[in-house]
Design a protein around this ligand. Structure first.
Ligand code: 2AM
Length: 172
């Protein structure tokens, strides 16, 4: 079994902006390493090889049929979420193509008997975990262009959790 999730990766310039922001949010928590920064569309939980294969086949077919929508989303609000104790840069899902991609990912997860989101969709990138409070600093504005959907494997290692991209599909 592998712990998997579907997510979007910021580009290099956006990663620079995010790491700069991280440098200003203090040290009362665990900074998410640059390589781990992502915007989740579906956390799938523990997946069997068969579930992973079925998911990958379906996404490959949909990508080939150009049925995975590209999108834009603006993240511009720094938020502290009490329950998961994270600090994130968040935005609103205004682009119907993003809403439709989110719904598609959730539907696939449900069809495969995987974990589905218990919350309404709030696009965000987690910057810090075990965060205690919201720092009083100005949020940058980040516009993500979703051009590719990635399947990530979340692995615990001695250096902490590491995310490996197992597969990617083009959004159109
Ligand atoms: P996040 O996007 O708010 O950081 C991999 O664990 C990713 O899936 C994380 O980035 C995490 O949250 C997201 N995720 C969503 N729901 C989760 C859950 N129930 N358990 C663990 N991670 C979850």
């Amino acid at each position: 079994m592998k712990r998997l999730f579907l997510a979007i990766s910021p580009n290099a310039a956006q990663l620079d902006t995010l790491t700069q922001l991280q440098a200003n949010i203090g040290d009362e928590g665990r900074i998410v390493p640059r390589d781990n920064l992502h915007m989740t569309l579906a956390f799938l939980g523990q997946c069997s090889a068969a579930q992973q294969e079925a998911l990958s086949e379906t996404l490959a077919r949909l990508a080939h049929q150009r049925r995975l929508p590209a999108f834009e989303v603006t993240l511009n609000t720094l938020a502290h979420w009490d329950k998961p104790k994270i600090l994130c840069l968040k935005g609103e899902a205004r682009d119907p193509q993003l809403v439709s991609l989110f719904n598609l990912c959730q539907r696939l997860a449900q069809q495969l008997g995987l974990h589905t989101s218990e919350h309404s969709f709030q696009p965000h990138i987690t910057l810090m975990r075990k965060a205690k409070a919201l720092p009083d600093i100005k949020s940058p504005t980040l516009t993500l262009n979703g051009h590719a959907l990635h399947l990530y494997h979340s692995q615990s290692s001695e250096q902490g959790v590491q995310y490996e991209i197992l597969a990617s599909w083009t959004l159109t």
